[in-house]
Design a protein around this ligand. Structure first.
Ligand code: PLP
Length: 358
């Protein structure tokens, strides 16, 4: 039998090794782990009727306004699929950027689990605009076309860019005029708040967003996301959709308490602000290296670059990160709450060294 009191008996990785592949490669922030331990012990009612989930409603109302309703779920894909189903009749479609996670990285879950048609639009920077929305918002009343009745945008985007509050307002106003509802995939919403220097509600509730997938996993949680209804008059029945979409946690107190740890103080901003700062530090350290091209604005915690493929491949033997586009050779470097300045400096030095050999 394994002796679990011996850490070397259970540890299968070197906790000092961090890479740049994804912000969800990171572990759990110690304050979140401590909160989970605090919520442990004793019995609490299952399926969200516990004291932690009840209190979480207040926490979310503080951030998003008195009308906000918080529905904890297991993961980001689940949050998106639950939220989008609530916006649409069975004949509905969602307009999103071609680069949207719901389109590219969810294995077809919105289509398969939600029966939702996605209508995609190419964008230069991962961001929709009212004009780009119009490319797909047509065919109303035509029974041959899935009806574009919702739009989904991502903040911060999959390309590491940000919408301003005004840009989101322009989208929501246009969408609402067309009879569409608006979802924000906020898997990295905290990174946006830290970078914009604005409260979370300033670029969600206050600019007309109807429903939000609020991320925690990429910002220091063990796991968990929250579907946040911002407009309960238009977005209903999440609790039924959450259950039938297999996103209802029986031991929900352990998801809820993590969000309390993140959002009741400033942990969400500390973590996200730090990750953003590390991305800026990385950009500053490598942008003048000959042959390294930073190809997108660094506005959150991601850096996208193009460098010679053989250099990237050699670097990948030293640090984990992904090719974003195999065709162009673009790579993505993600920073997380636990990326250190020393990690950045060592990685930048490795990039310079490998470029020197190119
Ligand atoms: C923008 C965005 N949305 C949603 C998700 C989905 O999260 P999960 O992997 O928890 O399903 C991710 C994860 O990478 C993401 O980057």
């Amino acid at each position: 039998m394994t002796d679990l009191s011996r850490t070397d008996a259970v540890r299968r990785h070197d906790p000092a090794v961090r890479g740049f592949a994804s912000d969800n490669y990171a572990g759990v922030h110690p304050e979140v782990l401590a909160a989970i331990a605090l919520a442990n012990g004793g019995h609490q009612v299952a399926y969200g009727e516990d004291d932690y989930t009840a209190h979480l409603q207040d926490v979310f109302r503080r951030h998003f306004g008195d009308q906000a309703e918080a529905y904890p779920v297991f993961n980001g894909t689940g949050a998106n699929v639950v939220a989008l189903q609530a916006l649409l009749p069975r004949w509905g479609a969602v307009v999103c950027a071609e680069s949207a996670h719901i389109h590219v990285d969810e294995g077809g879950a919105p289509e398969k689990m939600g029966g939702i048609k996605l209508l995609t639009v190419p964008t230069p920077d991962g961001k929709l605009t009212p004009e780009l929305l119009d490319q797909q918002a047509w065919g109303y009343g035509d029974e041959h076309r899935a009806q574009p009745l919702a739009v989904s945008i991502t903040q911060s985007t999959e390309l590491g860019t940000l919408y301003t509050a005004d840009e989101i307002r322009a989208i929501t106003e246009h969408a609402h005029e067309l009879g569409m509802l608006v979802h924000v995939d906020g898997s990295r919403l905290a990174n946006a708040a830290a970078s914009l220097g604005q409260p979370l509600r300033a670029f969600t509730t206050d600019v007309g967003v109807d429903v939000l997938s609020f991320g925690g996993t990429k910002n220091g949680l063990l796991f968990g996301e929250v579907v946040v209804v911002l407009n309960p008059e238009r977005v209903r029945n999440i609790k039924y959709l959450r259950k039938t979409s297999m996103q209802l946690a029986s031991k929900m107190r352990f998801v809820s308490v993590q969000f309390e740890a993140l959002l009741s103080g400033d942990l969400y901003l500390r973590n996200a602000g730090h990750a953003n700062a590390m991305a800026s530090r990385l950009e500053a350290a490598v942008r003048d290296i000959d042959g390294v091209e930073i190809v997108r604005p660094v506005q959150a915690n991601a850096v996208f670059a193009i460098l010679p493929r053989e250099v990237s491949e050699r670097l990948q033997k030293r640090y984990r990160f992904y090719f974003w586009n195999e065709h162009t050779g673009e790579v993505r470097w993600m920073c997380s709450f636990d990326t250190t300045e020393a990690d950045i400096d060592a990685f930048a030095a490795a990039i310079a060294e490998e470029m020197g050999r190119a």
